[in-house]
Design a protein around this ligand. Structure first.
Ligand SMILES: Cc1cc2nc3c(=O)[nH]c(=O)nc-3n(C[C@H](O)[C@H](O)[C@H](O)COP(=O)(O)OP(=O)(O)OC[C@H]3O[C@@H](n4cnc5c(N)ncnc54)[C@H](O)[C@@H]3O)c2cc1C
Length: 393
C-alpha cells in the first residue's frame, strides 16, 4: 500500500482546505453546529451548504465532469472527505443520491437517464431516497413483495416500503419491485425511479427514540411509473441493487469523516470537563483513538485497492462490522465522560454539548442494523472469507 500523495493531490488538498477555511459556516468550525427546531429547517440549511460545496466542485469529485464532478480518482474523493472532517463540515444532506443512487445510475442508467437525474443530485437541487426495505424484507431483500404490474406506457407499483431515510424530503426514490412473479426471487425484480410527488405515493414519517423522524414508511398505491423510469433492464433489478449495496457496504469515507470528527470532539469534551484526569476514562479514550485510527488504515487499504483498479473485496464486511461496533463503544465512552450529565437532554446549562452526544449515542444504536446488520456481516465473513459451510436456507 503506497499512498504517498502526488504534487497534484497535495495541490488539490490545499485548494479544498482553503475553500473550506473561507466558506464553512463559523458555527461548524467551532465544533458547535446549530441546533435546529425541526428537521425541515435543518434540511433546507444543509441543501444550501451542499449547493455551495457542489458549485466549488467538491461534491462527487469522482463523477464525470458533465454531471458536476471532476472525473477524479478515489484518492481525490478521500482527500475531500479528510478535509471535510478536518474542518468539521456538516454531512451532505443529499448523501443517498451522491453516494448510492447517483453511482448506481452512472453504472446502469441510459444516457437520457443520466442527463435527467445526475446534474441535480450533486447540488442537492433534487434529493433521492432508497426504497428497498419492506416490513418483511430487510436482510433477506430478495423476498420483497411490492408488485409492479405492466400498464399502458409503463408500470403500476403497489406495496409498502419502510425505514426510507429522508423520503419526506425526496423528489425521487430508487425502488425495487417484483415485476416477474413467476421467476425465482432474485430474477423477478425491477428497479424503478419513482417520482415521490406522484399520485398514490403516501409518506408517513416514523418517530424515533431521538424524537426526530429521519425515516419513513412509504406506501405505494397503484403508482404509475413510465418505461423511461426503469433503471437497467426489466427483471434485472437485483443486479442494479447490488451496485447500490456494494457502494453502501464498501469503503466508508462518510463514516470515517464522522468518526474522525467525533474523536476530536470526544477529546475536547474530556479536556473541558476535566474527565481526562480519570485513569479509567484515559484508557477508554486511548482505545477510541486506536480504533478510529485502525478504521482509517482499513479505509486506506481499500482505497489502495481501488486506486489500483481492484474492487472493494470481501473485507468490506469486516469494515462495516468493525466501524459500527467501534462507533457504539466510542459513544459509550462519551457517556462515561459526560458522567452525571449523560441522562440530560438539550436545554440544560449543565449539559456539555447541549445534548448532541446523547442524540448521537441514541442514533448510533442503529449502526449495527443499517447497511447490513452485524449478524449478516458475520455470515459473509464466515462464508466468503473463512470458507465456513454456508448457512442452511
Ligand atoms: C437508521 C436506518 C436507516 C435506514 N435507511 C434505509 C433506507 O433509506 N432505505 C432502505 O431501503 N432501508 C433502510 N434501512 C433498513 C435497513 O436496510 C434494514 O433495517 C436492514 O437491512 C435489516 O433489515 P430488517 O430491519 O428488516 O431486519 P431483519 O432482516 O428482519 O433482521 C432482524 C434480526 O435478525 C437477524 N438476521 C436476519 N437474517 C439473518 C441471518 N440470515 N442470519 C443471522 N441473523 C439474521 C438480523 O441481524 C437482525 O438482528 C435503514 C435502517 C436503519 C436502522
Amino acid at each position: 500500500m503506497d499512498l504517498t500523495p502526488t504534487a497534484d493531490q497535495e495541490a488539490f488538498r490545499l485548494e479544498c482546505r482553503r475553500w473550506l477555511q473561507e466558506n464553512l459556516p463559523w458555527e461548524y468550525g467551532r465544533g458547535l453546529p446549530p441546533l435546529f427546531d425541526d428537521l425541515g429547517e435543518e434540511v433546507a440549511y444543509l441543501r444550501k451548504w451542499q449547493a455551495d460545496l457542489a458549485e466549488a466542485r467538491f461534491v462527487g469529485v469522482s463523477w464525470p465532469e458533465e454531471y458536476g464532478g471532476r472525473g477524479a480518482g478515489p484518492l481525490h474523493h478521500y482527500i475531500v472527505q479528510e478535509e471535510l472532517a478536518r474542518a468539521r463540515a456538516p454531512e451532505l444532506v443529499g448523501r443517498i443520491g451522491v453516494n448510492l443512487i447517483g453511482p448506481t445510475i452512472l453504472v446502469h442508467g441510459t444516457d437520457e437517464q443520466k442527463q435527467r437525474w445526475l446534474p441535480s443530485i450533486l447540488p442537492a437541487q433534487q434529493l433521492i431516497c432508497q426504497l428497498f426495505s419492506e416490513p418483511d424484507a430487510g436482510s433477506d431483500l430478495a423476498s420483497l413483495s411490492t408488485q409492479a404490474v405492466p400498464a399502458g406506457g409503463g408500470w403500476r407499483l403497489s406495496g409498502q416500503k419502510v425505514w426510507t431515510s429522508y423520503a419526506q424530503f425526496a423528489d425521487w426514490g430508487l425502488c425495487l419491485a417484483r415485476s416477474h412473479p413467476v421467476e425465482p426471487e432474485h430474477r423477478g425484480i425491477t428497479a424503478f425511479m419513482v417520482d415521490m410527488h406522484a399520485p398514490g405515493v403516501d409518506i408517513r414519517p416514523l418517530r424515533q427514540i431521538t424524537d426526530e423522524s429521519d425515516f419513513n414508511e412509504v406506501f405505494l398505491n397503484d403508482v404509475f411509473v413510465a418505461y423511461d423510469q426503469v433503471i437497467g433492464e426489466p427483471g434485472n433489478g437485483w443486479r442494479v441493487s447490488q451496485s447500490t449495496l456494494g457502494v453502501e457496504r464498501g469503503t466508508n469515507p462518510r463514516q470515517l469523516v464522522i468518526h474522525l470528527q467525533l474523536l476530536d470532539e470526544l477529546f475536547r469534551l474530556a479536556t473541558e470537563t476535566g474527565r481526562n484526569q480519570d485513569p479509567v476514562i484515559r484508557q477508554a479514550l486511548a482505545q477510541a483513538f486506536i480504533e478510529v485510527r485502525l478504521f482509517q488504515l482499513q479505509n486506506w487499504r481499500v482505497l489502495s485497492r481501488l486506486a489500483h483498479g481492484l474492487d472493494h473485496g470481501p473485507e468490506s464486511a469486516t469494515a462495516k462490522l468493525f466501524w459500527s461496533e467501534m462507533s457504539q463503544r466510542l459513544h459509550e465512552t462519551a457517556m462515561e465522560v459526560l458522567g452525571p450529565a449523560a441522562p440530560l437532554w438539550r436545554d440544560d446549562s449543565q449539559n456539555p454539548g447541549e445534548g448532541r452526544w446523547q442524540r448521537s449515542w441514541l442514533y448510533y444504536r442503529a449502526a449495527t442494523i443499517f447497511a447490513g446488520t452485524s449478524e449478516i456481516q458475520r455470515n459473509i465473513i464466515g462464508e466468503r472469507i473463512l470458507g465456513l459451510p454456508r448457512e442452511p436456507r
